[in-house]
Design a protein around this ligand. Structure first.
Ligand code: HEC
Ligand code: HEC
Length: 134
């Protein structure tokens, strides 16, 4: 009898635990090709604002608007800028890893030496000419 009771308690505890774990899972993004599937909402918001601010643009610069649903479709790959951004993300991670010895350069909590802002400085196309010295 005692054994069954302990087993029952154990089972209830197990069910409760798995419920808590599933509940705390980060939101699922539908179409991640370069970012980790475990990216949390906080990390995604922070990174997307970094992208937008670094280029002096808004979300719609890379993300398509769904006319039928009258809302942004963030998972869509309709805009070429989104694909370019993916390549830029890979390049930025590589620069950090290869030239600046940043380990885990693709992790969103890594302390990077080169970011989108390093080159873009608030513009779509980075400057190539240095300022004129008078
Ligand atoms: C410079 C381009 C760029 C800008 C600007 C940008 N994003 Fe993104 N966003 C991306 C890329 C690239 C991905 C896909 C990452 C991947 O493939 O792992 C993405 C993915 C996302 C996703 C995940 C969609 C899914 O379900 O797969 C969300 C949500 C998102 N962006 C929101 C935003 C918001 C909100 C803004 C404005 C604050 C924004 N983005 C601005 C490039 C951009
Ligand atoms: C090492 C410098 C460098 C870094 C770092 C960098 N970029 Fe770029 N990016 C460029 C250059 C240079 C161009 C312009 C290429 C051209 O005009 O053909 C560009 C172009 C782009 C474009 C296309 C702009 C257009 O007018 O078509 C997007 C989108 C973009 N970058 C996003 C990003 C994002 C997002 C990041 C960070 C993940 C990033 N870039 C990091 C140098 C950089």
């Amino acid at each position: 009898m005692k054994k069954i009771f302990i087993l029952a308690i154990g089972f209830i505890a197990f069910v409760t635990m798995s419920f808590i774990i599933t509940k705390e899972e980060p939101p699922r993004y539908k179409n991640l090709k370069v970012l980790s599937k475990n990216t949390t909402k906080e990390e995604m918001d922070s990174l997307m604002h970094h992208f937008a601010r670094s280029l002096g643009q808004r979300c719609g610069y890379c993300h398509a608007f769904n006319e039928e649903q009258k809302k942004m479709d963030f998972a869509s790959d309709a805009k070429k800028e989104k694909e370019i951004a993916r390549e830029m993300w890979k390049m930025t991670a590589k620069l950090n890893k290869k030239y600046f010895d940043v380990k885990d350069s693709k992790r969103l909590d890594a302390k990077l030496e080169v970011t989108c802002f390093t080159c873009h400085r608030g513009a779509k196309e980075p400057e190539t000419k240095s300022p004129i010295v008078r």
